[in-house]
Design a protein around this ligand. Structure first.
Ligand SMILES: Cc1cc2nc3c(=O)[nH]c(=O)nc-3n(C[C@H](O)[C@H](O)[C@H](O)COP(=O)(O)OP(=O)(O)OC[C@H]3O[C@@H](n4cnc5c(N)ncnc54)[C@H](O)[C@@H]3O)c2cc1C
Length: 392
């Protein structure tokens, strides 16, 4: 097993770092280190387009569709350098990491030509319409209905927690298209334009004051029949394929962002004296160990050449990083003490570390809760009996 990057990988790293730093100290200095996903949406759209122009937006995609055919190692390196230089969270990430790979895997050639170049160029922003008030972990409970009317699908129902719907152009939705069907049967996966009278997007304010996600209501909303992915009634397979991208090894590169966060906590602890508290010191050391273990785990996963079939270690990664980061948020607040609970910023604009604490509560929920991840590890990695599913 080889744990490390080759000389060619390091040359690629230098090229990526050079370009990114040039942007972040040049044209896009105003959005460097910007927090959350909702601030400065217009500038962030311009940033998506700049990434697209330079073909740095979705480097793992085929060149034909605006990518670079980059290896997984290079994708991780790029994500690391992206975080290191303080580039902002990607407004286009749902298109680049979820919609695009799904269309590449399950879409027709016409759908690839229609959608992929716009995603790669940062011209369209996407959001994900999976969760409903009664369907989160158990996606088989989806009740949003779709019916074919001539050459259009008509959709009625409600999605919830739709991140970035208010700034998006397109949404992919899991719908129930077969009357009376239950569970994973009878679901249909549709791509829909958001800007139409039948769709109403209403923001939900989060604990950190941002409104990054929304309720999305469909009332006679329409999309062309060509925007069906997979076969009608076979949407479960497409939806599950997409979740594999969301929970998969594509998140490996985020560790440099974690490094920045832990370094900021260590600096705060040194500055305010918390570093002399033996319990805080132990927790800082434990966080450092956890981060290094994640890094070596990531290297090990990269050295597994069959990325299409992640092994048991890859299945444990989501719960590992999400739990680590949630504890890191708690540590940040204990280091800051009372100063972490007040802000003199305008409105509800929290400084970085309290914001980390508040946002990291979500890490163990989205993309599959910790409990669901444990079920996945038990069933797929350990081969234990399937837990009973209410809807199947
Ligand atoms: C920041 C954020 C952004 C999000 N963005 C999107 C988005 O863009 N699009 C979208 O569609 N959704 C999005 N979601 C929703 C997310 O996918 C769901 O919150 C998640 O799937 C959990 O579903 P739920 O909230 O309905 O909780 P539930 O499924 O109701 O779960 C409630 C609790 O019960 C536990 N539980 C449920 N089933 C089991 C089981 N079988 N075994 C053991 N425990 C179980 C869960 O772990 C959890 O603790 C987002 C969520 C967050 C927090």
């Amino acid at each position: 097993m080889k744990l490390g990057f080759s000389a060619a990988d390091e040359a690629f790293r230098a090229e990526a770092a050079d370009w990114l730093m040039g942007q972040m100290t040049g044209d896009f200095v105003d959005i460097r280190h910007i927090q959350g996903l909702t601030a400065s949406p217009d500038r962030r759209k311009q940033w998506e387009q700049r990434l697209g122009e330079a073909r740095w937006s979705c480097i793992g995609w085929p060149e034909q569709w605006g990518g670079r055919d980059a290896s997984l190692a290079h994708q991780v390196i790029f994500a690391e350098e992206y975080a290191l230089c303080g580039a902002p969270g990607r407004l286009g990430h749902i298109g680049v990491e979820l919609a695009g790979p799904t269309i590449l895997t399950f879409g027709t050639e016409a759908q690839k030509a229609r959608f992929l170049p716009d995603i790669a160029a940062g011209r369209t922003i996407w959001c994900q319409g999976y969760s409903e008030p009664g369907a989160g972990s158990d996606l088989g409970n989806v009740r949003t209905k779709a019916r074919l009317d001539g050459d259009e699908w008509v959709v009625d129902g409600q999605k919830i927690w739709t991140s970035l719907a208010h700034v998006s152009d397109w949404i992919f939705v899991v719908t129930r298209s077969e009357e009376g069907s239950k569970g994973p049967k009878g679901l249909t996966f549709l791509l829909m334009p958001l800007d139409q009278p039948g769709i109403d997007v209403r923001p939900i304010r989060q604990i950190n004051g941002e409104a990054e996600f929304n309720e999305t209501f469909f009332d006679g909303a329409r999309t062309h029949a060509d925007n069906l992915v997979g076969a009608p009634g076979n949407g479960w397979n497409v939806a599950m394929g997409l979740l594999a991208f969301e929970r998969g090894v594509s998140t490996l590169g985020q560790q440099m962002g974690f490094r920045n966060e832990l370094d900021a906590i260590i600096a705060a602890a040194k500055a305010n004296g918390a570093a002399s508290d033996p319990l805080i010191r132990q927790r800082l050391a434990k966080a450092e160990i956890g981060l290094r273990l994640m890094r070596y785990g990531a290297m090990r996963m990269l050295s597994n050449t069959d990325h299409a079939r992640p092994d048991g270690a890859a299945l444990t990664y989501k719960i590992q990083w999400a739990s680590w980061r949630r504890s890191l948020g708690e540590l940040a607040m204990d280091v800051l003490g009372q100063a972490g609970e007040v802000t003199d910023a305008a409105g509800y604009d929290w400084p970085t570390l309290p914001n980390l604490f508040l946002y990291s509560r979500a890490d163990t929920i989205y993309g599959g809760t910790n409990q669901i991840q444990r079920n996945i590890i038990a069933e797929r990695a350990l081969g234990m009996p399937r837990e009973p599913r209410g809807t199947q």
